[in-house]
Design a protein around this ligand. Structure first.
Ligand code: IDC
Length: 345
């Protein structure tokens, strides 16, 4: 080797060449270290990290991104749908690009009401869900699904330590988004939700500097106007606000509220919706559903449909007689599923 180098560069130049080579090496190492510090890794599937620009979600190059996908039912009750095949099937055949992992906090076997074993099981499911999503090329929302607990303050302590764990684990996963309280209800005010949100966001930001964080809003995530009037400090970056609708219950009045919030610059994310009524289990309203989808698409609002399960309810995607955990045929899907899948495409 030495002989060859000497032949081409001359004996006197070898020392300089070595210096030059080590300089290049140092520069390359420094550049990759900087990239690592400044950027999340791209996911296995090469998904770009997301950020929030104005009211929109954008990718690394600043291009607007609209996430479209589905929410699981409660992870404790329908864990079987979190599997590798179902995620890649929904991506390929339905055209989704996001899945939401709904983890109830207070209901039966919720994260805060079950035992330690249950907690472990749920965390393992989230871990698998994040991995399957990544492999399939999907973004994934980790949803702290408060519901019967009404105010997020009820389980605030658990929420802070849960999201600390998540943020430490997933800080380099470009496909992970955090939803910190599904649907505040029971009269809890925005100022109290905001207090909770700031506590949780601060904890997440300690580890994960830039992942998108979505907070719930008052009245089952409908009062986005209240949040618009008193936003969370922009210093945290990449914060969005959830808007939930069920088309057979919520119509024009809620779209108007949402429009006003958008006009004032509030970034919205529909982390949950149905085209039936708010009970999740009666009549579908296709007329209103169409108006909602047109509204979402026009404003590039991201959304996740409730729910991926075969529970005997209108909002479920899989017919209750079907036990398959992926690869569903059209005849095995409900009317909700068939309608919504058409809009994914
Ligand atoms: C519903 C489920 C139903 C379950 C119930 C209580 O569809 O099977 O028994 O929760 O846990 C929401 C909630 C979501 C609800 C859904 C339909 O976020 O948890 O799921 N809904 O009622 N907000 C508005 C409607």
């Amino acid at each position: 080797m030495k002989d060859i180098l000497e032949k081409y560069f001359g004996r006197n130049n070898i020392g300089q060449l070595k210096k030059y080579a080590s300089g290049v090496l140092v520069a390359v190492l420094f550049a990759s270290a900087m990239l690592f510090v400044l950027n999340k890794d791209a996911s296995a599937a090469g998904l770009s990290p997301l950020s929030v620009k104005g009211t929109e979600l954008v990718d690394r190059s600043g291009k607007a991104v609209q996430l479209k996908g589905i929410s699981t039912h409660g992870l404790s009750w329908f864990p079987e749908y979190v599997n590798e095949k179902s995620f890649s099937y929904m991506k390929k055949k339905w055209g989704i690009n996001v899945v939401r992992l709904a983890m109830y906090t207070a209901e039966y076997n919720g994260y805060c009401t079950g035992d330690a074993e249950n907690k472990k099981k749920l965390e393992k499911l989230i871990d698998e869900g994040v991995r399957y999503a990544d492999d399939a090329g999907l973004y994934v929302i980790i949803d702290w699904h408060i519901l019967s607990d009404g105010s997020p303050a009820v389980h605030q302590k658990e929420a802070v330590s849960f999201f600390k764990k998540m943020a430490k684990k997933y800080k380099n996963n470009s496909n992970v988004l955090y939803e910190i309280c599904n649907e505040p209800n029971g009269g809890v005010q925005w100022k109290d939700i905001k207090k909770y949100a700031v506590k949780v966001i601060k904890k997440i930001r300690k580890y994960d500097k830039d992942a998108v964080i979505i907070t719930g809003t008052p009245t089952w995530s409908q009062d986005v106007d209240a949040a618009a009037a008193d936003r969370i400090s922009s210093k945290f970056g990449n914060i969005m606000y959830s808007l939930h609708f069920y088309a057979a219950t919520h119509g024009e009045f809620l779209r108007q509220k949402a429009q006003k919030a958008l006009d004032s610059g509030l970034p919205l994310f529909v982390t949950e919706f149905g085209i039936c009524d708010a009970s999740g289990s009666s009549g579908i309203n296709k007329g209103e559903a169409k108006k909602w989808f047109d509204f979402l698409d026009k404003n590039k609002i991201s959304y996740a449909a409730w729910n991926l399960s075969n529970k005997n309810e209108t909002s479920a995607f899989i017919k209750s007689g079907c036990a398959k955990e992926s690869g569903w045929k059209k005849s095995e899907l409900t009317d909700s599923a068939k309608y919504i899948i058409k809009r994914f495409k």
